[in-house]
Design a protein around this ligand. Sequence first.
Ligand SMILES: [Zn+2]
Length: 117
Amino acid sequence: MSSTIRRADGTKPCDSCGELVLWAVTAASGKAIPLNPSPVDPATHGRAFVLIGGVAFGFVAAVARVAAMFDEPEAAAAIRITQGDYSGAHHDAHFATCPKAAQHRRRRPTDPARTSR
Ligand SMILES: [Zn+2]
């Protein structure tokens, strides 16, 4: 799946559109998932993943994780996450914004157009 060289900041170009994406592993399935590198405001991106230590959590899973991290009730953890007041960040899945998202599910491009410079 991920053959392109990863950059120092953990991002690498999307195979489809060439935009830099940040690869993480989903807490739910352990599968790699590309995220948009720029954090988003959870108030307007309710479906964004919560990135904690390189692992992308859905909201419910993030609440449980943060509650354990801070040893506090899940209600408090939910507030902490919503306000971004913890050591993580919210990122949209790149699929949500990739202009060529459809190609992610079809086939991988075969031309090695982008050589590292
Ligand atoms: Zn893309």
